[in-house]
Design a protein around this ligand. Structure first.
Ligand code: IMP
Ligand code: MG
Length: 173
């Protein structure tokens, strides 16, 4: 079940997303930026974020999934990759949540082999207690405790993604 009180309300999320977009606008003014949405979880955050970025950017999409076997081992599969040539360009990876860090670490390595000018990471949520791989996070919306959350793109078995707010999810007994 989804617990009653949102962890982050619609208004809190929208305000924070605008703040992140303002920083990204300032930091990337005059550069060639490709913002990469990590599907599926980041789709809602990404669309709100990029519509608040006020410089011309390119957008692209990568679909991947991770299979975490233990707390320290994970395997990431790319099902559908970006189509942009990122050589010499700035890349911003946009993720819903940094959990173990395995997905973001994998994608950073994956794209750094294509000669980009730089790669930065933007995540809406950061669950630091679960980190297994050290990754630099350049833009972070909210730190969250070690709880499973759903809504605003985040799912449990592909459900609850359409909630406009973020809530803690508890398996009912
Ligand atoms: P990683 O462990 O940092 O590689 O995160 C892998 C993926 O797990 C994230 O992109 C999310 O899609 C998913 N994930 C991690 N924690 C949560 C959560 O609390 N709710 C929903 N999805 C999560
Ligand atoms: Mg995800």
């Amino acid at each position: 079940m989804v617990t009653g009180k949102p962890l982050f309300s619609v208004d809190q999320i929208q305000k924070r997303v605008r703040e992140l977009a303002d920083r990204i606008t300032r930091d990337y003014e005059g550069t060639d930026l490709v913002a990469v949405c990590i599907l599926s979880g980041a789709f809602m955050f990404f669309s709100d974020l990029v519509r608040n970025i006020r410089i011309p950017i390119k957008v692209d999409f990568v679909t991947c999934s991770s299979y975490v076997k233990t707390d320290t081992t994970g395997e990431v599969t790319v099902h559908s990759d970006i189509r942009e040539d990122i050589k010499g360009k700035h890349v911003l990876l946009v993720e819903d949540i940094a959990d173990t860090g395995i997905t973001l670490n994998f994608l950073r390595e994956h794209y750094s082999q294509r000669g980009p000018e730089g790669i930065k990471i933007c995540t809406l949520l950061d669950k630091k207690a679960r980190r297994a791989v050290d990754i630099p996070i350049d833009y972070s919306g909210f730190d969250i405790p070690n709880e499973y959350v759903v809504g605003y793109g985040l799912d449990y078995s592909n459900r609850f993604r359409n909630l406009p707010y973020i809530s803690v999810f508890k398996k009912s007994v």
